[in-house]
Design a binder for this molecule. Structure first.
Ligand SMILES: Nc1ncnc2c1ncn2[C@@H]1O[C@H](COP(=O)(O)OP(=O)(O)OP(=O)(O)O)[C@@H](O)[C@H]1O
Length: 259
């Protein structure tokens, strides 16, 4: 089986604490794969290692067969593995459109300096980026907010802007960090549709999420972590019926696996 992304024996220790222990799995091209697990299970650590924000203690991540562990997050993003930017990396005082245009710089011929100082190549790039930004805005249904300052956006739209910024970097694999957190039912339904539409553009999607109904609805496959280890992997139905998973979630008050 050819995987677009392969996680092999990934282990991360923080002093005596083992945040991830010997985690292995593959991600198929164009699938939506969710990583779930109770609080502190090691999901964020796994994501940070895949996007190379954190270097593994042992093991490695391969993208299209090439080892990406140890490369800078910037390089990994350029190769096509992009973690959606947290709200903190959205420029709050800039418009939706300008935020997305700037995100295109990640794949630009010139650096940010050219963008700000107006070199010719940068000006050509900027026109192309503006067209692409408008296309992404329309695709994500953010048209009414195009010129809105990011800090004025309601929560759901801010999340959509995060996805838009991720898309602007033209990813092959998009890592979504709790894309449905803090959303009401309608916002979640819309966000699920957006994620599906992003996949339909040919993007492979990995997500960490606590909203179990949404995870069960959207995922092709699910990887379950508990205490830093992978305890299960399978389709939503297989995961819901897996005794190890049910046991891991028993006694956890604020989470359920949607049964
Ligand atoms: N930089 C760090 N230094 C020390 N310990 C860390 C660090 N990052 C994470 N940990 C620990 O590693 C374990 C796994 O944390 P992680 O954030 O990956 O879990 P999680 O499954 O994402 O949790 P949540 O669902 O609450 O976000 C936790 O015990 C956490 O305290």
């Amino acid at each position: 089986m050819d995987y677009i992304l392969e996680v092999s024996n990934l282990t991360k220790r923080y002093g005596g604490l083992i945040a991830n222990s010997g985690i292995s799995f593959g991600v198929k091209e164009h699938e939506i794969l969710s990583v779930i697990g109770p609080n502190g299970a090691g999901k964020s650590t796994l994501f940070k290692q895949i996007a190379s924000f954190v270097t593994p203690t042992e093991g490695e991540v391969r993208f299209r067969g090439e080892r990406i562990s140890g490369l800078s997050p910037h390089k990994v993003a350029r190769l096509g593995v992009v973690r959606t930017f947290q709200e903190t990396t959205i420029f709050k005082t800039m418009s939706v459109r300008d935020n997305i245009i700037i995100a295109h710089q990640l794949r630009a011929r010139t650096g940010l300096a050219g963008f700000f100082f107006g070199t010719r190549t940068a000006r050509e790039d900027e026109a192309a980026f503006a067209r692409s930004a408008d296309e992404i805005i329309d695709f994500l249904g953010l048209g009414h907010q195009r010129h809105e300052i990011a800090s004025n956006l309601p929560h759901g739209h801010l999340r959509a802007l995060g996805i838009a910024i991720g898309l602007a970097t033209n990813p092959a694999v998009l890592l979504l960090d709790e894309p449905f957190a803090g959303m009401n039912h309608d916002e979640t339904r819309r966000a699920v549709e957006i994620v599906r539409a992003v996949r339909a553009r040919g993007v492979t999607i990995l997500l960490v999420e606590h909203d179990m109904p949404a995870v069960m609805n959207i995922s092709d496959r699910i990887v379950v972590l508990n205490f830093g280890q992978k305890i299960a992997e399978g389709t939503p139905k297989e995961i819901q019926e897996n005794q190890n998973v049910i046991d891991a979630y028993l006694g956890v008050e604020d989470e359920s696996i949607g049964m």
